[in-house]
Design a binder for this molecule. Structure first.
Ligand code: DHB
Length: 308
């Protein structure tokens, strides 16, 4: 049974890793991921300067996921360059996640991570929680401007963390830009921004920042995430590697994302709720499904959705 995978020339012992978001901001948290069955260490989306993030409560668990408006609390990109060096001892791929507040931030951080110990650079075009900042991935002109500037800064593969697209024409335009600018992988989808959860007992929003608007996470997202994985799998013609993200909680979820066309999957909300043991549990569930169905590798499953 082979559940290993390859993303842009980098080997992963399994197709299950943590997503950027929960429990991956400090060195202690990243060490726990290093020791876990996550086959890579994905670091928190970073900015040029350290950020405290938004006022609390800024995260609320929900029956089928969570809503959050964290506001990019992170230690600043320089710390994550230092951490990458310290995390090398775990012998698994290290992935930087960067989130610019303007185009120049992306250029500066991608340039600096190109000279670091990370294996892959995930460029987050989809953080929904910064007040007054448009979501880059929903703006074709801004996306093109960033991609043109970051695509030739070094040899390490670059990927994009994409927002959920609910419109095919936008997906086609983004797919064209991805191919044109030699983007190696995508991670789809991020939490869905601008959502509102109301506590009817208290008659308030579930979280405080932005008058309660925040990014919806977890199981609520799975059909939207699967739709985005499948659509980009079709549009990118197997030329770009795909991380599926959004509501993965069981081995069966992983299997579905692989069928849709993912090469690997990332886990945020289940990791936040269950802790680092979730990776082993989900991995064992995936292996059991593959055994039952007679699949021997991830590559055999990838994209193998059968139509009715
Ligand atoms: C945050 C939320 C996101 O969905 C994201 O992609 C990056 C950062 C946050 O609020 O910290």
């Amino acid at each position: 049974m082979n559940i290993s995978t390859k993303i842009a020339g980098i080997n992963f012992d399994s197709c299950i890793i943590n997503a950027s978001g929960p429990n991956n901001s400090t060195l202690e948290e990243l060490e726990l991921i290093g020791k876990s069955e996550s086959s890579a260490i994905m670091m928190k989306s970073c900015t040029i300067e350290p950020r405290e993030g938004n006022d609390k409560p800024r995260f609320a668990r929900l029956p089928f996921g969570a809503i959050q408006c964290m506001g990019l609390p992170n230690l600043g990109y320089k710390k994550y360059i230092e951490f990458a060096l310290k995390l090398k001892k775990y012998n698994k791929p290290i992935i930087a996640s960067i989130s610019g507040l303007c185009a120049n931030d992306y250029v500066k951080m991608v340039g600096e991570f190109q000279d670091s110990e990370v294996d892959l650079i995930e460029v987050n075009l989809s953080c929904p929680n910064i007040y007054g900042k448009p979501l880059v991935g929903y703006d074709i002109e801004q996306t093109e401007n960033v991609l043109v500037k970051i695509s030739s800064l070094g040899k390490k593969p670059i990927g994009l963390k994409l927002p959920a697209y609910l419109d095919e024409s936008l997906q086609k335009q983004i797919a064209d830009l991805i191919i044109k600018n030699n983007i190696s992988f995508i991670s789809t989808i991020n939490s869905i921004g601008n959502c509102l959860v109301i506590d009817s007992e208290k008659e308030t929003p579930a979280i405080k920042p932005l008058r309660g608007f925040g990014g919806l996470c977890g199981e609520y997202l799975k059909p939207i995430a699967l739709g985005n994985v499948r659509k980009f799998y079709e549009l990118l013609d197997d030329k770009v590697f795909i991380f599926g993200v959004g509501g993965v909680k069981t081995g069966e979820d992983v299997f579905e994302f692989l069928l849709a066309g993912a090469d690997a999957i990332q886990i945020a909300t289940a990791f936040e709720k269950q802790g680092a043991t979730c990776f082993e549990k989900i991995k064992n569930e995936l292996i059991a499904i593959m055994q039952k169905k007679g699949y021997k590798s991830v590559r055999e499953i990838k994209g193998n959705l059968k139509y009715l």
